[in-house]
Each structure stands twice: as C-alpha cells, then as structure tokens.
Design a binder for this molecule. Structure first.
Ligand code: ADP
Ligand code: MG
Length: 660
C-alpha cells in the first residue's frame, strides 16, 4: 500500500502529480515523508475586539455579508463583513474567486491572517479561511508549513497528506524496541502523524526527535557498515617500516620534514604496522605538505610488497602529482604510473596494474573503475577527499584494500566526520614549512582596479613574478557560462592591461592536452599570467607564482578562497592575493574581510561554517550524503547517540549471526 503511486489515491490533476514527482514524491510513503519545513502556531483564537494591527490574528466568526466583483484591472475582489459576539471586521480577498463557492453568508469559520489599516479603516487582509470543525487543518492549530514550489502550496499539501495519515501506522519500523526505550523515542506511526498535524507542542517535539533519530541512525548504520567492512581485512597486510628507503627519500627532498609532518607519518606507520587496517584522515592546511607525508606512507607500503592507489580529483592535479612523485620515487626504485580518463593506452596500464608491474598508480576516479584490478593493493590514498563522494569511496572499498588514507585541507568537525566517514582516525598537520611567508591579502575596490593591474604588471616585468587570475564562479550548474567568462577575461587582459605580457588560459572545457599545455607553459615560465576558472582550486603547485587575483571573490566560499590563495606563497618570495568583488553585499564583505585577516585554514573553516552552514562548506550535495530533512548536522548530541546505538545494533547483529 505504501508504495502505491499517488495518482491512484489522490484526486488531483496530472500537473500536481508531476510537480510532486519532480520533488521526488511519487508514492504514499514519499508524501508521508514530505515533512513540514516549519509551523505556525495558530492555536490561540482571539475575539474580534482584541484583534491587533499588523499581526497574525486567528478569529472564529460568522460571515455577515459578502460580495465579489471584478476590479478595473480585471482582478477578482471579494469583500465582506465578519462578526463575533464582540464586534465585526471588514475583510477583503484578491484573486481568490473560488471563495465565492466555498463561503456561505451565515456560516461559521476560522479566519487567520493579518489586520491592516487602509484608507481610514481596519481590514482583515486575505485571511486563510476554514469551516469550523473538529479536524481543522489550516487554521486554529499548530499549522504545518511545507516547502512550496510554483503551483504547489502548503494548503494543497495539507489537504492531501491528511487523509493519508491512516497509513502512518503501517510504515515499517526497523528501529529495535530496545533502542526506542533507551533513547526514549515514540512510535514511528505517532511520529509521522504528529510531524504533520501535531496535537500539541510536546507531541511535535517528540515526533521530530524520533524522525531525526531515524535519519541519522540510518546514515550511521551505513557509515559503520563500511568501517566494519574495512576493518575485517585484518591480518596479512602488516606494513614494515622501511627506514633506509625513507631516509634516502627525505634526503633527496632538499628540506627536512616539519614536526607535524613527522608526527602524522608516525601515526600512519603505527596504524599500518599493527595488522589492523588504517582508516585515517590527514588534515592540514593548504601548503602544509600533505603530499610528501602520503608519499612516505606509500613508500613503506611498496617496500613491504604492496601496491598503492593515489586518487586525486582532477586531471591537472593527477599529472602534477605524477611528475613530482615519479621523480622522487625513481630514486628509491619505485615504479609509478598515471591513470586518468584521457590516458591513451589504458589496457596496457590495466594489465601492468593487474600484473603487479607497477607500484604506485596516480590517477583520477578512473582508478576506481571496475576494470581496474590491482594485484596486491595495500594502500589507497584519496587527496582532497571532500571533492569525492561517498559512492566513490564505497567503490574504493570494494576494491578490497586494507589501508586508507584520506587527505583534506578543509578540517571537519568531529560530528560531521562521523556522518561522512564512519569513524576515521585523524592526524593533523598544524604547522607550515618554516620558510613560508604570510600571503598579503587585500580586497581591492573597483576604482583601484587599474592601479592594481599596473602594480602587477610592474612586478611581472621587473621581478619575474607570475600571476593567477581566477574568474568568478557563475551559477554552479552553468559550467559553460563559467568557461565563457574565463575567455572574456582572457581577451580583456591580453589586449588591455597585460598586453605586453604572455597570458594563458585554463578552463574545464579544454581538452586534456590543452590543459596540460597551459599548465606546462605556466610552470615553465613561458606564460606570465594564467587566467583560470576554479579548476585551479586544488593542489596545483607552481612556486614562482606569487600573485593571485580573484574576480567575483564574494561568490566563493571562504574555504575555497583559501584554497585558491594557497596556490601562491609556495616559495621564498612574498606573495599577494587580491580580492575583487563584483557585488558588495554585507555577507560577501564579511567573508572577504575574514580572509584578509585570517591565514589559518582551520580558523577560516570555523568562520565559514558559521557564515554558511555545513551543507555549503562540505559540499554535502555533491558528496552523496542526502541533505538532512529533519535532523541538523550541528546536533552533536543526536549524532553521537545515533552512532552509539548503530554501533551497538551492529555488534548485536554480528553476535547473533555467530550464534546461529
Ligand atoms: P598540501 O598540504 O597543500 O597538499 P603540498 O604537499 O602540495 O601541500 O606541499 C606544498 C609545497 O611545500 C610543496 O612544494 C612541497 O614540496 C613543499 N614542502 C612540503 N613539506 C615541506 C617542508 N617540510 N619544508 C619545506 N617545504 C615543504
Ligand atoms: Mg595537496
């Protein structure tokens, strides 16, 4: 019954059915799960004499008179008088002609709306109306308010959901009784009924608590199942410390590791040496040197006889890592290979991987296609993991590897990490290499733009500096627009202020060869200025680039801006980051000035979290974690409890499996 399609049970139009369907609401169950966004408390009715101007008033009154007419501009206007035992009030509705059919003079109704003062008199302006009865849905109660879309309004939704509540008790409740008892949760049927039409404030709170718990509990179950699956590959993957090779590798770097790098590395080696699979998140600000730490972890794994998959989010990054790591790994006799969507001889690479002829494979998500089979995969490294979805991580898990290292420059609060990855262990690199200078960051006003160009021009001409220009984010969906804006910017700069410089262009719609070429030209100093879309965001490393200009900076999130900024300041020279806004909003300006004053990515992530919420900051939509409908990512108590229960649940399940 619950999966009955709505067109079989609702008396409504095709249009409404398709509107619902576009929201993902197709069955009875879906509609029951379409929870209110908020509620208005309309329980207290007032007498007409006590109505207050400009406030919501709910009254119970009789229609004394009523007449409809067309206004000059064709609008339907209905006016009337409502009264109760204390007095009467004028009422007016616009464009609600259907009320003529519904309202009867002499009838008793609830009216709910605002009292306005207009042309010398008080008028009840377009109140909601509902006949007085036992089961009012729209007035004189705690009224649910739903997400509305064009053509789909709360009133309609309430009318349709109410009769379906008779199915609420048949929604299967998978939560065991002991969990309900321990967490003091109400029955599911009760929760569904009361989340839509609460009989009291208290019942509403209980209902939402139960549904929020369900939501987080099922996420936790999924996460914990993945974690348990990981941890099952226990013995046989013990990684020995390859001290000699590590020493050689570090000597060739030309710098020594920071304390934090060393500490993180040791944490990993301890994990991998213990015979239990590593499941670790390495957090470290942009430029803190995560790649080297990962490379050292990889080195140990290879020396113990296993392969390593090193996954990064973009081709540009894959190539950069590949060329850098190959150089380092060659010296310690470790073979490397690259695998991305655009690499030609894939079959050959597949067979090398399968035959164990290559030690470290660096690539994009091409690495986790089913065709890729490793001979002896020992470690998977996921760089900039916030760009990868849960689905991709799950695929990686299916490749059956014992050790996982995730890396991110966007720190994740503990409770969120619980939702995202089950329970990862966390290492933090909390210091930058010693030679790093602070990047001077400035918001540049529009009337200083020309000066800014002149200043940059001079630095490039006389100091040999290189420059990134980041183009504004167009609508997320509007990828082509973004490319267009990059092209326009490129033309503008190469014909205008940077006419005598060499300007390059990089965007996501270029072929992989073109992208390579643009990067190569920039890296080798053949271009001075690189105009780019946000594809440059992660990880790109050109140490002579010291100036970054970000156009439309207010459209980016703080963490992302910080990532961009991290593309400069990689060498010894003083670096600069200029932020240009295309629109001056208080919100946007607050973000930009935070960036001027704060250089620590962890602090910025905190601020970002406050300003934008976790959904935006962690790209929850792209990560594959559903946006929570009812629970909140910031409810750490709930998340902790749900996790505890999910863990216990799985433990019990395993124990009973063992017994039977
Ligand atoms: P991220 O943490 O952002 O991924 P990278 O690993 O790309 O940072 O490192 C940034 C730059 O710093 C690289 O050029 C790398 O070679 C260099 N680097 C890494 N560790 C150190 C160190 N301990 N001392 C000096 N430079 C370092
Ligand atoms: Mg990196």
């Amino acid at each position: 019954m619950l999966d009955t399609k709505l067109d079989k049970v609702l008396r409504t139009t095709k249009k409404h059915i398709s509107l619902l369907s576009s929201l993902g609401v197709k069955t009875i169950f879906d509609l029951l799960s379409y929870y209110p966004r908020t509620y208005t408390d309309e329980r207290n009715t007032v007498l007409i004499v006590d109505m207050k101007l400009d406030q919501l008033n709910v009254i119970k009154g009789r229609v004394k008179s009523l007449h409809g007419r067309k206004s000059k501009n064709g609008m339907h206007v209905m006016e009337g008088i409502i009264s109760d035992c204390t007095g009467s009030v004028a009422v007016i509705w616009f464009n609600q002609g259907y009320l003529e059919r519904i309202l009867k003079v002499g009838g008793l109704y609830y009216f709910s709306g605002k009292l306005k003062y207009d042309k010398g008199r008080s008028v009840f302006a377009s109140p909601k109306v509902e006949a007085v009865s036992e089961n009012v849905l729209h007035t004189a109660r705690i009224v649910p308010v739903y997400h509305e879309t064009e053509g789909l309004i709360s009133k309609w939704i309430r009318d349709k959901i109410y009769p379906l509540l008779k199915y609420a008790d048949s929604v299967p409740d998978t939560l065991p009784d002991w969990v309900k008892k321990e967490m003091d949760l109400c029955e599911l049927g009760f929760a569904i009924k009361n989340v839509h039409f609460p009989s009291s404030q208290k019942d509403l709170v209980r209902a939402r608590k139960r549904l929020a718990f369900n939501e987080v509990f099922s996420l936790q179950l999924k996460a914990l199942k993945i974690r348990r699956a990981f941890k099952k590959f226990s013995s046989g993957f013990v990684i020995e410390r390859a001290d000699e090779a590590m020493k050689k590798f570090v000597e060739d770097l030309g710098f020594s590791l920071t304390k934090a790098q060393r500490r993180s590395l040791i944490e990993m080696l301890n994990d991998m040496g213990g015979g239990v699979p590593m499941l670790r998140l390495l957090q470290g600000d942009v430029g803190s040197g995560k790649t080297i730490v990962a490379a050292l972890a990889a080195l140990n794994v290879v020396k113990s006889g296993y392969q390593v998959a090193f996954m990064v989010p973009t081709e540009v990054l894959a190539k950069q890592h590949f060329s850098k790591l190959r150089e380092l790994f060659d010296k310690v006799s470790i073979s490397t290979e690259i695998l991305t969507g655009s690499v030609g001889e894939k079959d050959e690479i597949y067979s090398k991987i399968f035959g164990g002829k290559v030690d470290v494979v660096i690539g994009t998500h091409a690495l986790i296609q089913d065709k890729v089979k490793f001979k002896k995969l020992g470690l998977a490294i996921v760089d900039e993991q916030h760009r990868f979805g849960v689905e991709q991580r799950r695929k990686l898990a299916n490749h059956g590897f014992p050790h996982l290292l995730s890396m991110t420059a966007t720190p994740i609060p503990r409770t969120l990490a619980m939702i995202f990855y089950g329970d990862l262990d966390v290492s933090i690199i909390d210091e930058l290499p010693p030679s790093r200078k602070k990047i001077i960051t400035k918001v540049v006003a529009e009337d200083k733009r020309t000066d800014c160009y002149k200043w940059i021009y001079d630095r490039v001409k006389n100091g040999g500096d290189q420059v990134y220009v980041i183009c504004p984010l167009v609508e997320e969906s509007d990828y082509l627009e973004e490319v267009k804006s990059a092209k326009v910017e490129f033309e503008k700069l190469s014909e205008g202020p940077f006419k005598n410089l060499k300007v390059g262009l990089l965007h996501g719609r270029m072929s992989s060869a073109e992208k390579d070429d643009a990067m190569f030209q920039f890296k080798s100093g053949k271009t001075d200025v690189l105009v780019s879309t946000s594809v440059i965001e992660v990880g790109v490393d050109v140490s002579n680039a010291t100036i970054m200009m970000i156009e439309g900076a207010e459209r980016f999130g703080l963490s992302q801006l910080h990532q961009f900024r991290g593309r400069v300041g990689r060498g010894e020279k003083q670096s600069y980051c200029f932020l240009l806004a295309s629109k001056y909003t208080p919100d946007g300006m607050a973000r930009l000035s935070a960036l001027e004053g704060t250089h620590n990515g962890f602090d910025l992530a905190e601020i970002d979290l406050k300003l934008r919420g976790p959904g935006e900051v962690y790209g929850i939509r792209q990560s594959g974690i559903p946006d929570l409908k009812i629970a909140s990512f910031s409810d750490s108590e709930l998340i902790k409890n749900a996790r505890k229960m999910a863990d216990k649940f799985l433990t019990n399940q395993e124990a009973s499996k063992k017994r039977s």
